[in-house]
Design a protein around this ligand. Structure first.
Ligand code: FMN
Length: 205
């Protein structure tokens, strides 16, 4: 028997969409037998910007007690799922800033051979979820990571339709996270944990 898979869910969210998806991923991974660290990355925006948007301020307060990600969380993990809202088709600077603190681990080869996957959200259907996920996945290749995308490995993936990772169209708050996105998150979490478990078992031989 090998130890449980250690999974870190590391994400940024302004207005709460990615917080919801991150929580679903974490709960699903725990149900799948993983030991999970749910971590938000540090906020970089000034208080005035946060307070100018009620949804941003509410999410900021609601996640204040959630631990902030550190490089040690990545070192600890067998698998990492990163999440970000789309910012002009790209990864949010807050998450990118965290990724850019991983240079020390990278230089020691400590980011390699882990499982990585991603999730994203946008306001509009063609607003850049896939480009955001693929931008995130660029870094995973530099890590020497093992990219585990959901693909269409479960019939539910034909409903949400994004093989790159869980994604959600929030319609600027008008479309809260619902069953379709939660199912996609569950499928992704189970797949990431399952593949990481096989790798871990193989490494223990
Ligand atoms: C600066 C900025 C850039 C954005 N760029 C895009 C974009 O390119 N396409 C899009 O559909 N939504 C865009 N959005 C909207 C967010 O990505 C979207 O509302 C996201 O779901 C918010 O996630 P969150 O609630 O976790 O913060 C942008 C928002 C901001 C503030």
């Amino acid at each position: 028997m090998t130890d449980p898979v250690k999974l870190a869910v590391v994400y940024y969210s302004s207005t709460g969409t990615n917080t919801e998806v991150a929580r679903t991923l974490a709960e699903s991974a725990e149900k799948a037998g993983a030991e999970v660290r749910l971590r938000r990355v540090a906020e970089l925006a000034p208080d005035a910007a946060i307070e100018s948007n009620p949804a941003w301020a509410a999410n900021h307060r609601a996640t204040a007690e959630l631990a902030v990600a550190t490089p040690e969380d990545i070192e600890w993990a067998d698998a990492v799922i990163f999440g970000s809202p789309t910012r002009f088709g790209n990864v949010a600077s807050q998450l990118k800033q965290f990724i850019d603190t991983l240079g020390g681990l990278w230089a020691q080869g400590k980011l390699a051979d882990k499982v990585y996957s991603g999730f994203a959200s946008s306001a509009t259907r063609h607003g850049g979820q896939e480009s955001t996920l693929l931008a995130l996945y660029n870094s995973f290749h530099h890590f020497g990571g093992i990219v585990v995308a959901p693909g269409y490995t479960d019939p539910a993936k034909f409903a949400d339709g994004n093989p790159y990772g869980t994604s959600h169209v929030d319609a600027q708050g008008a479309n809260p996270v619902g069953d379709e996105t939660r199912t996609a998150a569950r499928v992704q979490a189970e797949r990431v944990v399952g593949i990481a478990r096989k790798l871990k078992a193989g490494a223990a031989l």
